[in-house]
Design a protein around this ligand. Structure first.
Ligand SMILES: [Ca+2]
Ligand SMILES: [Ca+2]
Length: 81
């Protein structure tokens, strides 16, 4: 007697969200790919890169985006464009 297997991936593998990191700052952006292994060389496990074209900026301020540091995308007062 066999039971119908579910279509869910459940082979004991650990699936992670992989984000494409275009600028190489180890922070990815966009919609992640959920897979048990890296989809490619430029994929990382850390998402949230607010500017994936600039490796100097990668995430909002660590304390809610209000601190004045150079490595977040929202601390400097500049207009978009
Ligand atoms: Ca990046
Ligand atoms: Ca970046």
């Amino acid at each position: 007697m066999t039971t119908a297997a579910t279509s869910q991936a459940d082979d004991g593998l650990t699936f992670n969200d992989w984000y494409l990191d275009s600028d190489g700052d180890t922070y990815g952006a966009g919609i992640p790919i959920n897979d048990c292994q890296s989809p490619g060389a430029n994929y990382v496990l850390q998402g949230g890169d607010c500017d994936d074209d600039n490796n100097r900026y990668h995430q909002p301020g660590r304390n809610g985006g209000l601190q004045r540091v150079d490595d977040d995308c929202g601390s400097t007062r500049r207009t978009t464009g």
